[in-house]
Write a protein that binds this ligand. Structure first.
Ligand SMILES: NC(=O)c1ccc[n+]([C@@H]2O[C@H](COP(=O)([O-])OP(=O)(O)OC[C@H]3O[C@@H](n4cnc5c(N)ncnc54)[C@H](O)[C@@H]3O)[C@@H](O)[C@H]2O)c1
Ligand SMILES: O=C(O)C(=O)C[C@]1(C(=O)O)C=C[C@@H](O)C=C1
Length: 366
């Protein structure tokens, strides 16, 4: 296992998590690892039992007195769950992790709820699959965690939420709900839509085209597997910023489409090159290595498509005393070679490449 520097747990429990799906169960797992007492709740008894079975926390009991309630339910029902938690636990601080921040806040304000103990937040960490079955304790590691405090927020209440975010490996960022929603419209909600719409064009594409799919298509369509039900709620609750982001996208698409209608027209090639170059500058601004975990280094090893080769690679990693943190396999139908993308701690990367090379393994890329 990865050796972790022992940092004292900051979170003061018990922590009650409402909504034991992907986010709730991931938080539960991460906090349990830190020794925090976690109480889970969910509208679905079956989802709740599943998250308990995975070790994300325990069932609620009469007399529970959480210090913090974290609401991890779909956006449409966030205001209800926050209001319930504020009423049920008058001594607890309440936060939520919804992907939109202004709509739940406005809904709560419209009800006249006293929001002194409520502080909205949003970890920028997730997956395209929901439910406790997809939960991961390391989901939040190295990811931004936005906190929307206001002038009424008490320092000690804020500290409770910051402690959780830091204990699970998050990076704290303060924003107003408006700044948050405008930002995620551009960096999260637009990418989701673009990925979905790109993949939608594959539904009735010829099989001959689909079987040629390479890594480029896989990289750009991962998000297209996301749950429509959840995203419908997110997009509708942030429609203003999303429409603005879509309009920018439509303008860029139109400029390239027009240029490619007649690529030899004066200025046409330049229009396409400018659009691609703008993409280069945009992607260079994304913090961390694009699409990769900031925690691990990756090495891509070529594996012959014969029985036992992958097993041999894993055994030999053990023999050279390298702990593999993650593994992704890529295999094209008909090809004689598979690619094993292994994640290792950055400090052992160079030694791993050298030792594997000495044992005859071919490294495809690093
Ligand atoms: N999926 C992501 O990548 C991601 C990332 C960051 C934040 N979020 C936000 O986290 C929240 C949860 O998303 P998720 O991906 O974990 O969804 P999920 O579908 O995996 O889990 C949601 C859980 O909430 C439960 N639930 C629904 N209504 C409830 C209610 N009224 N009371 C109690 N439980 C209820 C469901 O039974 C389910 O178990 C959403 O607000 C979402 O915007 C999601
Ligand atoms: O990586 C993914 O699969 C996500 O969906 C994560 C992602 C994102 O856009 O980064 C999606 C929505 C959440 O509100 C936060 C995080």
């Amino acid at each position: 296992m990865l050796e972790q520097k022992s940092v004292a747990t900051r979170t003061r429990g018990p922590v009650r998590i409402v909504g034991a799906g992907l986010l709730g169960a991931s938080l539960g797992l991460a906090l349990r690892e830190k020794g925090v007492e976690v109480i889970l709740d969910d509208a679905s008894p079956s989802n709740l039992r599943l998250a308990v079975d995975y070790g994300a926390g325990r069932l609620p009991v009469e007399g529970d007195a959480p210090a913090l309630v974290i609401v991890c339910v779909p956006p449409d029902v966030v205001a209800d769950a926050v209001e319930r938690a504020l009423l049920d636990y008058p001594d607890a601080v309440v936060t939520d992790v919804a992907s939109v921040k202004l709509a739940p806040l406005r809904a709560l304000e419209a009800r006249g709820t006293d929001l002194t103990r409520y502080i909205g937040s949003h970890p920028m960490a997730g997956r395209e699959r929901g439910g406790a079955i997809s939960a991961r304790a390391d989901l939040f590691f190295g990811r931004p965690w936005v906190i929307c405090r206001d002038e009424e927020t008490r320092r000690e209440d804020l500290a409770l939420i910051e402690a959780v975010a830091l204990d699970v490996g998050g990076v704290l960022i303060e924003m107003t709900p408006e700044e948050h929603d405008a930002s995620v419209g551009l960096v999260s909600h637009l990418p989701q839509l673009v990925s979905s719409l790109l993949a939608a064009g594959l539904s009735d594409a010829p099989d001959a085209a689909i079987q040629l799919a390479g890594q480029g298509l896989r990289d750009t369509t991962r998000l297209a597997s996301s749950a429509p039900e959840l995203w419908l709620q997110i997009l509708a609750a942030n429609s203003g910023p999303v429409v603005e982001a879509l309009e920018g996208m439509i303008a860029r698409l139109s400029a390239v489409t027009d240029a490619l209608r007649d690529p030899d027209a004066p200025g046409a090639r330049r229009a396409v090159a400018d659009a691609m170059a703008a993409g280069n500058s945009g992607v260079a601004r994304i913090p961390g290595k694009h699409g990769q975990s900031q925690r691990f280094a990756t090495i891509v090893v070529m594996v012959d498509d014969t029985p036992g080769q992958l097993g041999r690679l894993l055994t030999e990693l053990g023999e050279i005393n390298v702990n593999m943190e993650d593994l992704r396999l890529e295999h094209s139908p008909g090809a004689q070679i598979g690619l094993a993308e292994i994640a290792v701690l950055p400090e052992v990367k160079q030694r791993t490449i050298e030792d594997l090379g000495a044992r005859g393994w071919r490294i495809a890329s690093v």
